[in-house]
Design a binder for this molecule. Structure first.
Ligand SMILES: Nc1nc2c(ncn2[C@@H]2O[C@H](COP(=O)(O)OP(=O)(O)OP(=O)(O)O)[C@@H](O)[C@H]2O)c(=O)[nH]1
Ligand SMILES: [Mg+2]
Length: 396
C-alpha cells in the first residue's frame, strides 16, 4: 500500500494542525500494481457511443423513438457540413412520410399567452388521442436563448404527456438558418407521425413571416391593452392571419376582451383575407380557465375541411415548398456574394465612391456583380463559391 503523505495547503494558519492537511496518494505504477487508485484507461480504448447511421435515424423516427427523433433534429440543426449531408439523406427518405399533420403557427407579442395557450390546447388534444409536436421559431434566442427554459416550465403538463413532443427554439445562425432548421424539424416530427404541429413565434420582426410561410393555419394571439389594441403588432401581421384570438378574457378583463374582439373583427373586415375562401374572425379565450380553447380548435378543424375541399390547402403547401427552394437559393447566393474575397475587398471602395457621388449606384452594383460573376465565367471555381463542393440530392 502506498504511503499517504500529509500536505498542508498554503492558506493554513501557522498554528493549524493535521485537521487542515490533505493527503496525496501515490499513483499506481503498472509494474508494481501498488497504491489504491485504479489504472486510467487510455481515451482511445474507452467504449464510444456508436454513431447512428442514416438507416438508424430513419428507422428510429418512423418507429417514433423519442431519443432518435431528438437526435435527428439535432442532426438537422447542425451547421457541420458532414452532418448537413447526412441530414439531407435522412430527410430524403423521411419525406414520403411527411405532410399528414395540420401545421398551426401561433404568434403574438411577448407575454400574450402563447405558451400557456399551447399548454392548454396541446394537453386537450393529447387527451383526445392526438399526438402533438410543439416547436418554436425565435431568431432572437440565438442571443438570449431566453424562451427555452420559460417554455418548458410553462408547458409543464404537456411536456410530460406521452403524446406530446416539445422542441425548444432552433438556435444558431441567421434567420435563414433558423428558417431551414425549423422547416426540417417540422418535417421530422411529421414523419414521426405527430398529427398536430404547433409552432410558437414572438410576433416581432421577421419571424412571423417565416412561420406564416411554413404553416397551414396562422393564429394571432392578442391582449387587450390600454387603448392601443395593436400593441406593437405591425398592422401587416393582421393581413397574414386566419384568426385572431384575444387571450386573457377572464376576471375583470373579460368585458374589455369582448370589446377588443368586436374591434378586431371590424379591422379584419377591411383587410384582404390571406387564405382564399376563408374569412378570418376574432375570438376570445382564457388560457387560464380554458374557456374558448375548444372553440378555437373547432375553427381550425373547420378551416382544414373547407380549404382541403377547395384545394387551397394542398395548393398552398406546394407553393410553400417551391418558395422555400427559392429562399434557400437566394440565401446561399447572398452569403457567397458577400463572402467572395474580391467582392468583399472592393466593397469599402465602392461605398466611398458611391457616397461621394463619383460613381453611380447602378455602376457600382454592376461592377460588384461582374466581379462576383467572373468566378463562373473564368471557368475556375473560387474557394468559397456556393456550389463548389455541395452535391445535389434529388427527391424522387
Ligand atoms: N389572466 C390570465 N393570464 C394569462 C392567460 N394566459 C397567460 N397568462 C399569463 O401571462 C403570462 C405570459 O404567458 P406566456 O404563455 O408565457 O406568454 P407568451 O406569449 O408565450 O410569452 P413569450 O413566450 O415571452 O412571448 C404568464 O404569467 C401567464 O400565466 C390568461 O388567459 N389569463
Ligand atoms: Mg412563450
Amino acid at each position: 500500500m502506498a504511503e499517504k503523505k500529509a500536505k498542508k495547503p498554503e492558506w493554513v494558519p501557522n498554528s493549524g494542525g493535521d485537521e487542515f492537511a490533505s493527503y496525496l496518494v501515490e499513483v499506481v505504477t503498472e509494474e508494481t500494481g501498488e497504491g489504491n487508485s485504479t489504472k486510467a484507461t487510455p481515451v482511445s480504448q474507452l467504449p464510444r457511443r456508436r454513431r447512428l447511421t442514416v438507416d438508424d435515424y430513419i428507422k428510429g423516427v418512423l418507429s417514433k423513438d423519442r431519443t432518435i427523433i431528438a437526435q435527428t433534429i439535432t442532426l438537422v440543426e447542425s451547421n457541420n457540413p458532414n452532418h448537413m449531408e447526412t441530414a439531407q439523406l435522412v430527410l430524403k427518405e423521411l419525406l414520403p412520410y411527411t405532410g399528414k399533420s395540420i401545421r398551426v403557427g401561433i404568434t403574438g407579442v411577448p407575454g400574450a399567452g402563447k405558451s400557456t395557450l399551447i399548454e392548454v390546447l396541446g394537453s386537450k388534444l393529447c387527451e383526445q388521442g392526438n399526438t402533438v409536436a410543439v416547436l418554436a421559431v425565435d431568431p432572437s434566442s440565438t442571443i438570449t436563448r431566453g424562451s427555452i427554459l420559460g417554455d418548458k416550465t410553462r408547458m409543464e403538463y404537456l411536456s410530460r404527456h406521452p403524446n406530446a413532443f416539445i422542441r425548444p427554439t432552433a438556435s444558431g445562425g441567421t434567420l435563414g438558418g433558423v428558417n431551414r432548421k425549423s422547416r426540417e424539424t417540422m418535417l421530422v416530427c411529421e414523419a414521426a407521425g405527430f398529427d398536430v404541429i404547433l409552432i410558437e413565434t414572438v410576433g416581432v420582426g421577421q419571424s412571423e413571416v417565416t412561420v406564416r410561410s411554413m404553416v397551414d393555419f396562422f393564429l394571432l394571439v392578442m391582449l387587450t391593452g390600454a387603448g392601443d389594441e395593436l400593441q406593437g403588432i405591425k398592422k401587416g401581421v393582421m393581413e397574414l392571419v386566419d384568426a385572431i384570438l384575444v387571450n386573457k378574457a377572464d376576471g375583470e378583463n373579460k368585458q374589455r376582451a369582448l370589446g377588443a374582439k368586436v374591434e378586431f373583427n371590424r379591422i379584419l373586415h377591411y383587410l384582404q383575407p390571406f387564405t382564399d375562401g376563408w374569412t378570418p374572425n376574432a375570438y376570445t379565450c382564457s388560457a387560464l380557465t380554458g374557456e374558448g380553447i375548444g372553440e378555437i380548435w373547432k375553427v381550425i378543424q373547420e378551416f382544414s375541411i373547407v380549404t382541403r375541399e377547395s384545394g387551397v390547402f394542398m395548393g398552398r403547401r406546394r407553393k410553400q415548398t417551391i418558395n422555400w427552394m427559392y429562399t434557400m437559393v437566394e440565401d446561399a447566393l447572398r452569403t457567397s456574394f458577400y463572402r467572395h474575397p474580391t467582392v468583399s475587398s472592393i466593397i469599402p471602395m465602392m461605398e466611398e465612391a458611391v457616397g461621394n457621388g463619383k460613381v453611380s449606384a447602378t455602376m457600382a452594383a454592376n461592377q460588384l456583380l461582374r466581379t462576383f460573376e467572373d468566378q463562373f465565367t473564368n471557368g475556375v471555381m473560387q474557394e468559397g463559391a456556393p456550389f463548389a463542393k455541395g452535391s445535389l440530392i434529388v427527391y424522387e
